[in-house]
Design a protein around this ligand. Structure first.
Ligand SMILES: [Zn+2]
Length: 177
C-alpha cells in the first residue's frame, strides 16, 4: 500500500534527525515523492526548521510554485500549529500523521491546537488522517525516550502503550524541545 510506503519513508527520514524529537515528512504528488525532510531546529538555530517546513520549501522549489495542489503529506508526528497552518496555506490535499503531539507534549510550551482543529477552521477542505502507522511512529519516539530517560526529570508523561517506560521513569520530552 503506497500510503504505508510513504509513511515508512518518513520514519526512515526521521531517524536521520539529530533532534531530541525526531520527525520526518514526505510530500507526494501524482504518485511521486516531491520532497522529503527531517527536522533540524537546533543545528540550524531555527525554530521553523521542522520536517514539514523543510518539506514544504523543497516541494515548492521542485514544482516552482507555492501552492502544492492535490499533494499529500506524511508526517511521523502530528504537525504543530505552525506546520499545520503552513501545510494548509500550501493547499495540500491530505495530511497523514503517525503519533499525536499530545502523546509527548504535556506542558504548555506548545500552542494547544490540533491539526484537526486547524483544518476544521480552514477556508478549504483538507483531509487529516491521524494515528497512521501509529505503532511504528511511536516506536520512533520510544527509542528517543529510552535514550534520554536518565537525563531528564521525572515528570508526568502519558505513556504511549503503558509499556514504554515504567511509571518511575516517565519523563518530560517537552523539556528537550
Ligand atoms: Zn511543526
Amino acid at each position: 500500500m503506497d500510503n504505508v510506503k510513504y509513511m515508512e519513508k518518513a520514519i526512515s527520514l526521521a531517524k536521520k534527525s539529530k533532534e531530541p524529537i525526531q520527525c520526518g515528512a514526505v510530500i507526494v504528488k501524482d504518485g511521486q515523492i516531491i520532497a522529503e525532510a527531517f527536522n533540524t531546529q537546533h543545528d540550524d538555530y531555527d525554530v521553523t526548521a521542522h520536517a514539514e517546513m523543510h518539506a514544504l520549501r523543497k516541494a515548492g522549489k521542485f514544482l516552482q510554485q507555492k501552492n502544492l495542489g492535490n499533494a499529500t503529506v506524511y508526517c511521523t508526528c502530528e504537525p504543530c500549529s505552525m506546520c499545520s497552518s503552513a501545510l494548509i496555506y500550501a493547499r495540500v490535499n491530505t495530511i497523514y500523521y503517525g503519533m499525536p503531539i499530545a502523546n509527548i507534549d504535556h506542558d504548555s510550551k506548545r500552542i494547544k491546537i490540533t491539526v484537526e482543529d486547524i483544518a476544521r477552521r480552514a477556508p478549504r477542505h483538507t483531509k487529516v488522517i491521524g494515528k497512521f502507522l501509529y505503532d511504528k511512529c511511536c516506536e520512533l519516539y520510544k527509542e528517543r525516550l529510552e535514550k534520554t530517560a536518565k537525563l531528564t526529570q521525572t515528570k508526568f508523561w502519558q505513556p504511549l502503550s503503558g509499556k514504554l517506560l515504567s511509571r518511575k521513569k516517565q519523563t518530560s520530552v517537552a523539556s528537550l524541545l
